[in-house]
Each structure stands twice: as C-alpha cells, then as structure tokens.
Write a protein that binds this ligand. Structure first.
Ligand SMILES: Nc1ncnc2c1ncn2[C@@H]1O[C@H](COP(=O)(O)OP(=O)(O)OP(=O)(O)O)[C@@H](O)[C@H]1O
Ligand SMILES: [Mg+2]
Length: 505
C-alpha cells in the first residue's frame, strides 16, 4: 500500500545545530504514529517541515506517493496537512470561530464580507464532535488552555485534513479531556486520517498509537511497535541509556516554615489549613479545577485572601502582591511558564538569571564569572540542549526553554518554592534531573510545594500530600500511605461518602 506520508532523508541545519539528519520513515493511511524523543531531538522541526513552516535543507516528502514541497504553511494546508502546534497560535481578541477560520474566512456571496453566522455554524459543527460546550462566538481569550487546544483540533477537522500532526496536544489537558481526544483521534484514524502524535507522555503514546518513531539528536534511532515494546525499551532508545528508578528520600524537619490558617479566597479556596516544614516537599494533588493552582497563588501573593492568615517562621505575613511574597522568601514557578516571561532575544543564561540578578551583581554590575558558573551548573543539571549558554533562548526547543525557566527558580534565593506542574513538556531524562534538583533544594533546607497532575510524580517527590477537591483540602496523606488509588479516592467528588471510589480516569 502506498504510504500516506513518507519522509525521505530529511535534514535540517540551523546555524550551529543539525536539527535533523537524514530522517526517513513512512506512515500508513489511518495510522496513529507516535513521535518520541528528548527535548531538542528534532520532533517539532520535523513537523514544521511537514506543515510548510520550514523547508528542509535536503530530503523529500511524499503524500500519497506524490512528491510534495511546501514553500509556506498554506501549501501544506492545501495538501491536506493540518498542524496543531506546541505553542497555541491564536489571536486572543478574536472569537473561537474567527480563530478557526483565520487566514481563510468564509465570505458571503460575492466574497465581500465575512459571514460570521456561517463561520459560527460550521465552527459549532466541528466543535460538537469533540467539545459541544464551547461557544463559537466567545472570545478565544475567555477559554481555558485545554479548551483552546480543543479549538485547534476542531479547526483541523474543519480543514478536512488527511494528515493531522499534533505537537504535544495534551500537555494541558485533564485525563478525561485526553480520553475524549483519544476517542476523537481513534475515530479520525478509522475514517482514514493519519495522525502524527508528539508527546512526552509515554502512557498516551502507548494508549493511542500503533507505531512510534524514536528520535535522538536529530536522528531517527528506530521505530517501535507499541503493542510489543515496553516503556523501558522506548526510554532506553530515547536517552541512549537506562534510567534508574530512584527512591524517595525525605529531608523534612520538624520546624514549621509556613503555616496556612483557614485560607479562603474569591477564586475558590475554602478554609484551607496546613503546615509546611523546613526541608519538606509537600505535594498537592487533585483534579484540574480543584483549586491547586489557586492555593499556590494565595501563597505567592497573586490572589487575595478573604479570610485566614499565612504565617512564616511563626509571624503573620501580609501578602498583598507577588512582590510581598518574593520579599517574604516565596518563589512561584507558574504553570504557564513561558507566558510569565522570557526575553526571547537574550541568552539562555540571562533568562535563567532574571529572578536573581541581584545575587549576580555587585554595585549594580553583573559579575560575569559568577553568573557563568551558576548557569553552567544549573543548566547542565537540567540537561539543556544544545549546551550553548550564549544562544538566544528563542532558538531552543520548547522543552529546553522550560528547563531554563525551571533553572531560574532553582537559582533564586527563595526559601519557599512553589512549583506548578514542574515537568510539563519536559523529557524523561531531564525530569529525573529536575526531581534531583528539587530534592537537593529540600536537603538544603528549602521548603517546597509541588502541584502535579502526574500521580507518579507527586508520589516520587512528596513527603506528604494534600488532596484538594472543590477548593478545600479533602485529605492529607502521609508518605507511608501514599498510593495512586489513595489520592484518586480523595480527589474524586463523591468519594468518602460510603460509596466505593470511582475508578481512575
Ligand atoms: N528556528 C530555529 N533556529 C535555530 N535552531 C533551532 C530553531 N528551531 C529549532 N532549533 C534547534 O533544533 C533542534 C531541534 O529542536 P526541536 O524544537 O525540533 O526539538 P523537539 O524535539 O521538538 O524538543 P521539545 O521536546 O523540547 O519540544 C534544537 O537543538 C533547537 O535548538
Ligand atoms: Mg517540540
């Protein structure tokens, strides 16, 4: 059978980097094909070539046996290729429907005016296949990240694409949203649409893909049959070595560093009380929307308390804004890290130092040597690739930009560090490094709060876990009792009511 898509010896060179070298593989019609590899392996670059954003330095592509060459994204779109990007490319002030028809609006007879009603009708039709709850007339900026992602997928459906390439489409989706997406993808594949699926979440790739290609340093290292391969096989192919499953080590002390007493907020938090100890890693689990991020924002001075108080070292602090929190020694590593500030044209080193420039300066002058040493140490530990410390941050892959921002907070002098989804979009090897760094910070006497949707991550890192539900702390689970099912049982509404807990989504 003619493959739907064939890459033949694709190479892409950027100044100083071989992003892709001689990549060849085939994907069948209706196949769901995973694309795996560490941060910077070349996955997004390959998809950008497929979707006409970049031209390859050399090599060819074939769609249904026909040699194609795209000069611009519109060419790829015309050939039936839709791309769902890692960074959402939507125009905030336009409506959902307008975003879905961006670049090729539906016009009234005669082509003079955009037909808003018709756009909204068709948008609603496409959306109803995945997420009927989204209003096509709503401004896209009023939607959550997960919903905006779904709009992108609906947009590909509108385009009647033969090939849909998805670059980490689920990094912001909940497990149940992923299930919905998995259903849609399976349906599309049954109708002959080919899907290329990039993800760092191995479980997802194993769950929905038939085959996966594994890339390392711009080269294809092999293809795996998902039915027969094990996770460990794939990880070994990706990182070129076996990763050790490490044990949890606790550095928690009996000293209370922070105490939250009856915190409530307009955002959703109700009567939250807990203690955070010196050297402790406190995990916060719960469904999306249960108030995990909102709780962190209260501690970081980003939202206001309507009741309750926060004590640090036994003294009540008044956190009116993030600046107050920073001076109280609290640092928040937010969920949407990139939006919260990188300077694209400056080096990865400067971007890493942004939260702690003071500690690298003397009389207002940056001390290059000290900055360089810290950058070398931390950026090596997060496994920055390529390891080029003067390279502008915008040239790094998505995951590597994330690593630099994580390193920024590791370099800061905050005694209390709040991490919201610290390893989203980060590959397995670097994840292990970030876990080590968090542990090293705890060993160093920092107090750490980690919000994570990945249960294995919460369990790997935490000395103790708070489970949130509907803005309240529904349970506290000690290390000894920490299991995925214990967390799920408390996270799901209706648990603890005598009914058996619902199965994990
Ligand atoms: N526009 C660009 N200019 C220069 N170098 C680039 C550019 N885009 C990507 N690169 C480099 O190409 C390599 C591959 O990057 P790519 O974004 O394809 O990685 P990726 O596999 O998608 O990683 P991630 O999992 O972090 O998203 C990286 O070394 C990156 O720094
Ligand atoms: Mg990428």
């Amino acid at each position: 059978m003619t493959p739907r898509l064939r890459f033949e010896a694709i190479s892409k060179r950027f100044p100083g980097v071989n992003a892709l070298s001689d990549v060849s593989f085939d994907v069948a019609p209706g196949e769901i094909h995973g694309l795996l590899g560490e941060n910077g392996a070349g996955k997004s670059t390959l998809l950008r070539i497929l979707s006409g954003v970049f031209r390859p330095t050399s090599g060819s592509m074939f769609v249904d046996g026909e040699n194609v060459s795209f000069r611009k994204p519109m060419d790829a779109r015309g050939a039936g290729i839709a791309m769902i990007h890692q960074e959402l490319q939507q125009v905030p002030h336009l409506s959902v429907a307008q975003n879905m028809f961006l670049g090729h609006p539906l016009t009234t007879v005669g082509g003079l005016f955009v037909s808003r009603r018709e756009q909204e009708r068709r948008a609603a039709q496409a959306l109803s296949m995945i997420e009927p709850g989204i209003d096509p007339a709503a401004p896209i900026s009023s939607l959550k990240v997960a919903q905006r992602q779904i709009v992108e997928i609906a947009r590909a459906l509108l385009d009647r694409a033969r090939i849909i390439a998805m670059d980490e489409p689920t990094s912001s989706l909940t497990p149940s949203e992923f299930e919905r997406l998995a259903e849609v993808i399976t349906k599309l594949s049954a109708s002959g649409v080919t899907i290329i699926y990039v993800s760092h979440k191995m479980d997802e790739v194993f769950r929905i893909c038939q085959r996966a290609s594994v890339m390392r340093d711009g080269k294809l290292v092999g293809a795996v049959d998902v039915q027969t391969a094990s996770h460990q096989d794939v990880i070994t192919m990706m990182v070129g070595r076996e990763l050790m499953q490490e044990q949890h080590v606790s550095h928690a002390t009996a000293t209370v560093k922070l105490e939250a007493r009856g915190l409530s907020s307009l955002t959703k938090i109700r009567d939250a009380s807990f203690k955070l100890h010196r050297g402790e890693v406190l995990g916060i689990a719960g469904l999306v929307g249960s108030g995990r991020t909102e709780l962190l924002r209260l501690l970081a001075g980003a939202d206001r308390l309507t009741a309750g108080a926060i004590d640090i070292d036994g003294k009540t602090v008044n956190l009116r804004n993030p600046r107050d929190a920073i001076s109280a020694g609290i640092g928040l590593v937010p969920e949407e890290r990139k939006r919260e500030g990188i300077i694209p044209v400056r080096s990865v080193t400067i971007n890493m130092a942004l939260a702690s420039l003071g500690s690298f300066s003397k009389a207002g002058i940056i001390q290059g040597g000290k900055l360089r040493n810290t950058a070398e140490d931390l950026l090596r530990r997060v496994n920055l690739r390529p390891f080029q410390l003067d390279r502008p941050i915008r040239l790094f892959s998505g995951g590597n930009q994330q690593k630099a921002i994580i390193a920024r907070w590791l370099a800061s002098k905050s005694q209390i560090l709040l991490f919201d989804e610290p390893t989203r979009g980060i590959d397995v090897g670097a994840k292990a490094e970030i876990y080590h760094l968090i542990e090293a910070l705890a060993a160093d006497g920092h107090s750490i709060v980690v919000v994570s949707s990945e249960l294995p991550e919460v369990i790997r890192l935490s000395d103790r876990v708070l489970v949130m539900r509907d803005g309240r702390i529904a349970a506290e689970i000690a290390r000894a009792d920490l299991t995925e099912s214990a967390i799920v049982a408390h996270a799901i509404p209706g648990a603890n009511t005598g009914r058996p807990p619902a199965p994990a989504a």
